[in-house]
Design a protein around this ligand. Structure first.
Ligand code: HEC
Ligand code: HEC
Length: 208
């Protein structure tokens, strides 16, 4: 067999091993443009049904203000398609149209970002340096040094609720949150122990 054929077969086998794609959303220029043109005023109206959970500090639902629009849009699509599962969000997203999702994303992305208290350091060292002994990349290479997130859809972490960060990292580790492209966050969270998850959740929730 020719080497190139063998390579294609190996790639196909790797893709099958990963099973169903983690998301149905592909970032084509059209989709990016569609999200960018979301109507924030309509999103604000729709957001009234969301804020009871998301804007309440004592509710486990994550903060959405200042989050990347592309990230919000894709998570909503993923809940609706069943690629990400949550009893509340799976039900709620089913009645949202593509336009509603773009409008909600535009509204929340335009709000002042949630922010931590600041003055905090990371006891694990993993956020800034990673851990080469277990091939763990620094969180900062993707989420940025300030934890503000990056294009296209790497989410903001700084200022996010501690309990939510801990829950969602634990979900990645347990393999119950599966909509991350290329298994990236499942692989990364899978190498963290429970104490490090707690410490990183605490660090990012306080970061400014
Ligand atoms: C009854 C409470 C509740 C309501 C109302 C609600 N949500 Fe949620 N939402 C949650 C919870 C809880 C999660 C976290 C799910 C998990 O742990 O994976 C979540 C997650 C999300 C996420 C993922 C955020 C992230 O950082 O990954 C988005 C986006 C979202 N909700 C948008 C909305 C929008 C838009 C509305 C209104 C149309 C809404 N939610 C209404 C409880 C709620
Ligand atoms: C290779 C790039 C990369 C690295 C390194 C990385 N992340 Fe992520 N992270 C992502 C992407 C992309 C997402 C969005 C997942 C998706 O596709 O739904 C994400 C999602 C998350 C979320 C979910 C946020 C939310 O609102 O639900 C948390 C929490 C998180 N990462 C924490 C970390 C921590 C802690 C580290 C370091 C130990 C880390 N990440 C390292 C790319 C990365």
């Amino acid at each position: 067999m020719r080497a190139s054929n063998l390579m294609i077969l190996t790639l196909m086998a790797a893709a099958t091993a990963y099973g169903a794609p983690s998301t149905q959303v592909a970032w084509t220029p059209q989709t990016l443009q569609f999200v960018k043109s979301g109507k924030a005023e309509h999103g604000k109206e729709l957001a009234q049904t969301c804020n009871g959970c998301h804007a309440a500090a004592d509710n486990p639902a994550p903060s959405l203000e200042g989050q990347l629009a592309t990230y919000l849009y894709r998570q909503l699509q993923d809940f609706k398609a069943g690629s990400r599962k949550d009893p509340v969000m799976s039900a709620l997203s089913s009645s949202l149209s593509d336009q509603d999702m773009a409008d909600l994303a535009a509204w929340y992305a335009g709000q002042e970002a949630f922010a931590g208290t600041g003055g905090v350091s990371d006891p694990t060292g993993i956020a800034g340096r990673g851990d080469p002994t277990r091939m763990e990349p620094p969180c900062a290479v993707c989420h940025s040094g300030s934890g503000a997130g990056e294009k296209v859809d790497t989410p903001r972490l700084s200022g996010q609720k501690t309990g939510y960060l801990e829950k969602t990292l634990t979900d990645y580790k347990a393999g119950t949150r599966t909509n991350d492209v290329y298994h990236r966050m499942r692989l990364i969270a899978g190498k963290l122990n429970d104490k490090e998850i707690k410490q990183l959740a605490d660090y990012y929730s306080k970061l400014r």
